[in-house]
Ligand binder design. Structure first.
Ligand code: ADP
Ligand code: ASP
Ligand code: MG
Length: 407
């Protein structure tokens, strides 16, 4: 007998029939003698609908009230799934994040899980129930409802698996595993049987939203056995997220390509080339809680230089306004904003032992006439910022150049 946590995403519970399918899958696992905890998302499109509603009422909704609204989608699915399970003859009980309870900090809309009270879940499991928990939500010390950020049900699933010391956490979604890149963009993308935590963490943080970043962090930290699988397909091993030692010694150089359209670039032109300039430009940006991603400072000429950095598109206007404010003070000539940027990243632990990866990437992009505007690297990834209109082309040619269809 194993204890399994299964998480089903929005598409997997997107209609009453799909909820019944999930119930059948869960019933099958229980009939095999396993204890099952199920975490569900809201039905597909529901969280977006709720967010749109809040925007119709208030231009900048209060974050506490925002969480009261957007956490409701998951409450509907836990109740419906329990009804479907009961109709299939399975004892089932639903819990909201507050009921479980999943204790979080009070950072509304992006709360972090602090603790989970696993005792009541264990008691239900031991009395033969399937326990169905609402994903994406928790409660803070004062009893306020919180949510965990978009895609947060993955994190609920992994955190529950860690708290319950589950044998496996299965993330059921609309693809049958983690692919070399988003199969919606590159149809030749190949499913990976395994990927390391480290690589998955990079892929998730560089834009592959198949798993929420925090869920991967949690799984790595608490050594949760994590698997991504299709909810529309029976059988199949999906993709196992593993520690490096367990993966194939013949690791390919690159494991995957991630991309993100949500980039914007700001350039401060003609700043004096002297100590303290980066701080004077980026200090006020950090004070406004704006995340800066890639940074580049050009070689100075005639005592002046240009300084560029990227931020999320949603922060562009705010960041540009801040720069206009500091422009005179730092003696810059002008500010240029470009909101149509994208970032493409190649990821792989194999990079550590294979030189020449960056040059292969740059040559491939050059052959297609794609201009690289910024570059950033870590031990296992290389990212480039390019014009958004070349994004899909860049992903496709890199996928081919690194032979990811056949690796
Ligand atoms: P869910 O609603 O089940 O949480 P998501 O939409 O959050 O599902 O995540 C699944 C989607 O992630 C897929 O449909 C796919 O388009 C996208 N995706 C992006 N990058 C990858 C990748 N490398 N491998 C698999 N899927 C990916
Ligand atoms: N329903 C939430 C969202 O759409 C959480 C999730 O699906 O994981 O972001
Ligand atoms: Mg998701």
């Amino acid at each position: 007998m194993a204890l399994i946590v299964q998480k089903y995403g929005g598409t997997s519970v997107g209609s009453p029939d799909r909820i019944k399918n999930v119930a059948n899958r869960v019933a099958k696992y229980q009939a095999e003698g396993h204890q099952v905890v199920v975490v569900v998302s809201a039905m597909s499109g529901e969280t977006n609908r709720l967010i749109a509603l809040t925007k119709e009422v208030a231009a900048t909704p209060d974050p506490r009230e925002m969480d009261v609204v957007i956490s409701t989608g998951e409450q509907v699915t836990i109740g419906l799934l329990c009804m479907a399970l009961q109709a299939a003859g399975v004892k089932a009980r639903s819990y909201t994040g507050g009921q479980v309870k999943i204790l979080t900090d009070s950072a509304f809309t992006k709360a972090r899980i602090l603790n989970i009270d696993e005792a009541p879940i264990k008691a239900d499991l031991n009395s033969g129930h399937v326990v169905v928990v609402a994903g994406f939500q928790g409660v803070d010390e004062l009893g306020n409802i919180t949510t965990l950020g978009r895609g947060g049900s993955d994190t609920t699933g992994v955190a529950l698996a860690a708290a319950l010391k589950a044998d496996e956490c299965q993330i059921y979604t609309d693809v049958d595993g983690v692919y070399t890149t988003d199969p919606r963009i590159v149809p030749e993308a190949r499913k990976l049987d395994r990927i390391t935590f480290e690589e998955m963490l990079e892929m998730a943080s560089l834009g592959s939203k198949v798993l929420q970043i925090r869920s991967v962090e949690f799984a790595g930290k608490y050594r949760v056995k994590l698997r991504v699988l299709s909810s529309f397909q029976d059988g199949g091993e999906g993709t196992l997220i593993t520690v490096e030692e367990e993966t194939n010694m013949e690791q390919p150089v690159i494991s995957g390509i991630a991309f993100n359209r949500d980039e914007a670039k700001l350039t401060v032109l003609g700043v004096p080339d002297k100590p303290g300039i980066a701080y004077q430009i980026l200090g006020p940006i950090a004070d406004a809680n704006i995340d800066v991603d890639m940074i580049i400072q050009n070689v100075g000429h005639d005592g002046c230089t240009d300084f560029s950095f990227t931020v999320g598109r949603g922060d562009l206007e705010k960041a540009a306004k801040i720069l206009e404010g500091v422009k005179a003070h730092i003696g810059a000539r002008s500010i240029v904003a470009d909101k149509s940027m994208a970032k493409v990243s190649i990821v792989g632990v194999g990079m550590r032992s294979h030189p020449g990866v960056a040059s292969r990437m740059f040559r491939t992009l050059a052959e297609e006439g794609i201009n690289i505007q910024m570059i950033s690297t870590s031990e296992i990834k290389i990212s480039v910022a390019i014009d958004e209109k070349y994004l899909e082309l860049a992903v496709r040619v890199l996928h081919k150049a690194f032979e990811l269809e056949t690796a």
